[in-house]
Write a protein that binds this ligand. Structure first.
Ligand SMILES: Cc1cc2nc3c(=O)[nH]c(=O)nc-3n(C[C@H](O)[C@H](O)[C@H](O)COP(=O)(O)OP(=O)(O)OC[C@H]3O[C@@H](n4cnc5c(N)ncnc54)[C@H](O)[C@@H]3O)c2cc1C
Length: 685
């Protein structure tokens, strides 16, 4: 057999089991196994609620993939596209550049992602629980609410700080509500101002009973036991909206300072982009787990809709199913290599287990029903042995035993780092910030040029939407709005930048009025305006050829040694090649206001290395540059390094062309592409 390359996308329950099974059957010389995962670890999600409730340390619920999967090439990179016809995938490399890899077989095991948009306001005000980062943030939030409650002198507000709302009565909702209830109530004795009746933990579920997968007597047991422990149940109620103060139900409002949302999931972006039949966002498969109509592409776990041959039903999105599919999929791939017939996926559920807090659980295993302490002990035993490696089993077992003797840890670790103002250097192609990242810094470009790249469903690999040059800044919107970065910023040339940490930036921007005003103006300018929002305008700008707008720069050019008096002559140059500076009307007025002598050389007051666009840029980038810099004319150069003058471009001409193609915008609030003053003169040395 020639050496095959099998690529697995996703290092969750399904992907890891598949990789382990393949490696145990296929020798390294026969098959190269490559596993892509966004993080370098597997998240053991059934224990996330324990991490939230401080029953376990955060690191206990993750297992490093490369320690788990020897002889598998683990790549901590995100797959962005899968080309089924060409048997190739595209991924974002370590340096942010797109790269490709071919495969003989691919196993898609990307799971799904939280979707807080199921309820209005949830995305802004609720905590999801899917990743270990979510668990860390939620735990820190709960502990900070307790710290605030301890020192709050308003009784109503104190009760609000201590009101926790969990939305969703499935496994993760029930386990999370149980853990929060245990954490807050058992830690009360360390807070002198927190009383038991100040605390409310509310579980809201849309059905009549919790835990639909478990038999009715056990559901009832869970409800009663949790209520006795202090959890308020609101059943048969749908959350209609979430606000900063709590959640709205039909005709009712539940106040609370913490909302946890365990409902709502959506397809991972790479699956959304994949052109393959889907059912409610999950990939449809053949009985043997191959993607519909594909010979060498397989899919397993939460992202797949696989019919279980055991009962003819679609497999539920659980870890138990994902693992079993991972194993059976690996066995089917080996069957294909050996020329044997593949088998349909078939699995009889072993049991259901759910911890409900207060050292109690409900369990159904091999036909037996258990509840209370014995079920809780079984729950812990099963999950301990389900952990994929011995070091984690011992660690988790130790942490659980520790909790039998000592109280839960109440340290509230914040991820703030000491703020600094630093200088940073970037080489062409380096990513300075990445789309989706949490905001951390504000950047001012001291020298060089960057491009703003945004990924969208139409342009998953990213599209350059703007460029910024020396003197420009970025990062302000995400910091002020406390939102993830809406676009990536990549160095076009060698870039030197001043980097300000969040706190330094916030305090300077608040206290320094001119900076504050400049920031507000920039935010208003960069907010998508009517031209950018109109899809037809964007389409037209993408289609226009920049070359059609370039006009020859009037010669002769100025020389840097020319005097202020001579600037009235436009576009003077020594050799007619390199653009070294620009003199705008503003520069001339400033020169006059600051008493620059008429015989002072132009190089004393020109803008050195001004913002330019290149002949290789798109009209979309040109439109953004006009708006960003507020110029009516922009110099166009052939190449960034040599800055050889190609000509200039006028905003008016571009606007006129857009109007011709798409007509004027219907609204009155048209923001002009260029708002700057005067025309520009280019300097050449
Ligand atoms: C809080 C909580 C509690 C749960 N409790 C239980 C329980 O008690 N019992 C149970 O059976 N199930 C439970 N589940 C469900 C279970 O965790 C999932 O069904 C299971 O993790 C699905 O496995 P998977 O391999 O399909 O996906 P996942 O485990 O979600 O793994 C998918 C992986 O793919 C990676 N990925 C995604 N897209 C890309 C990409 N483009 N490039 C590279 N990597 C990518 C992700 O980063 C992730 O690591 C729980 C889930 C949660 C959130």
């Amino acid at each position: 057999m020639s050496k095959k390359r099998i690529v697995i996308v996703g290092g969750g329950f399904g992907g890891v089991k598949c990789a382990r099974t393949l490696r145990s059957h296929l020798r390294v010389g026969d098959a190269e196994l490559v596993l892509f995962n966004k993080e370098n670890h597997l998240v053991f999600s059934p224990l996330l609620a324990d991490a939230v409730g401080s029953s376990l340390n955060l690191l206990d619920v993750v297992v490093p993939l490369r320690q788990l999967l020897p002889d598998v090439m683990c790549r901590t990179e995100e797959v962005t596209n899968i080309n089924l016809a060409g048997s190739r995938l595209e991924y974002e490399g370590y340096d942010g550049q797109p790269r490709q890899l071919g495969y003989d077989h691919i196993v898609i095991a990307c799971g799904n992602i939280s979707n807080l948009n199921v309820v209005p306001g949830m995305a802004d005000h609720a905590h999801p629980l899917k990743t270990v980062g979510d668990a860390a943030v939620l735990r820190t939030h709960i502990l900070s609410q307790m710290e605030k409650a301890e020192v709050c002198d308003d009784a109503t507000r104190r009760r609000w700080y201590l009101s926790f709302i969990v939305v969703g009565g499935g496994y993760s909702g029930v386990e999370t509500a149980g853990e929060i209830n245990d954490l807050v109530r058992s830690s009360r004795r360390f807070y002198s101002n927190i009383h038991d009746d100040d605390i409310t933990v509310t579980l809201i579920h849309s059905r009549e009973q919790l835990l639909p997968e478990i038999s009715p007597p056990l559901r009832e047991f869970a409800r009663q036991k949790m209520e006795k422990a202090g959890v308020t149940m609101i059943l048969s109620a749908r959350v209609q909206l979430a606000t900063g103060e709590g959640v709205g139900l039909k005709g009712d409002f539940v106040a609370g300072g913490t909302i946890v949302c365990t409902i709502g999931s959506t397809t991972a972006p790479v699956i959304e982009r994949l052109d393959s039949p889907k059912e409610k966002g999950r990939l449809l498969t053949e009985p043997d787990m191959r993607l519909r109509g594909q010979a060498n592409a397989w899919t397993i776990g939460d992202c797949a809709c696989i019919i279980n041959a055991h009962d003819g039903q679609p497999s539920p999105p659980t870890g138990q199913f994902a693992e079993r599919q991972g194993r059976q999929c690996a066995e089917n791939i080996i069957r294909v290599f050996q020329g044997e017939t593949t088998r349909p996926f078939s699995f009889k559920v072993l049991g259901q287990l759910c911890s409900i807090g207060g050292q109690s659980a409900v369990a159904e295993m091999f036909g037996f029903k258990l509840s209370g302490f014995l079920a809780w002990f079984t729950w812990r035993g099963v999950y301990l042995f389900k952990l994929p490696d011995w070091s984690r089993r011992i660690q988790v077992g130790f942490d659980w035993a520790w909790l039998l003797l000592f109280p839960r840890d109440l340290s509230c670790i914040k991820t703030d780092v000491t703020d600094r103002v630093t200088h940073a250097h970037f080489e062409p192609g380096d990513y300075i910030v990445k789309q989706g990242e949490p905001p951390a810094n504000f950047y001012v470009i001291e020298q060089g040029e960057v491009e703003v790249v945004r990924s969208s469903p139409e342009h998953p690999a990213g599209e350059v939407i703007a460029t910024l040059g020396t003197g420009s800044f970025f990062g302000e919107q995400a910091l002020l709005g406390n939102q993830p970065r809406s676009a990536s910023v990549r160095a076009r040339s060698t870039v030197e930048a001043v980097v300000m940490g969040r706190n330094v930036f916030t305090s300077i921007s608040k206290s320094l009025a001119p900076l504050h005003t400049a920031l507000l103006t920039t935010i208003a300018r960069r907010t998508p305006h009517v031209w950018q929002e109109r899809p037809r305008v964007r389409a037209a700008l993408r289609e226009f050829r920049l070359a059609d707008f370039i006009e020859a720069a009037p010669r002769p050019f100025l020389q840097p040694t020319d005097s202020l008096l001579e600037v009235t002559r436009r576009f003077v140059s020594a050799d007619g090649e390199r653009l070294d500076g620009l003199v705008t009307l503003t520069d001339l007025l400033r020169a006059q206001a600051t008493n620059v002598l008429p015989d002072a050389p132009v190089s004393d007051f020109m803008v050195k290395d001004p913002a330019v666009i290149t002949t290789a840029d798109s009209c979309l980038v040109a439109a953004s540059a006009f708006r960003e810099y507020g110029h009516k004319l922009l110099p166009v150069v052939h190449d960034r390094a040599g800055r050889r003058i190609a000509g200039y471009m006028r905003a008016q001409k571009l606007i006129a062309r857009i109007m011709q193609v798409v007509g004027p915008p219907s609204t009155q609030t048209v923001a002009p592409l260029a708002t700057g003053v005067g025309s520009s003169a280019q300097i050449k040395a």
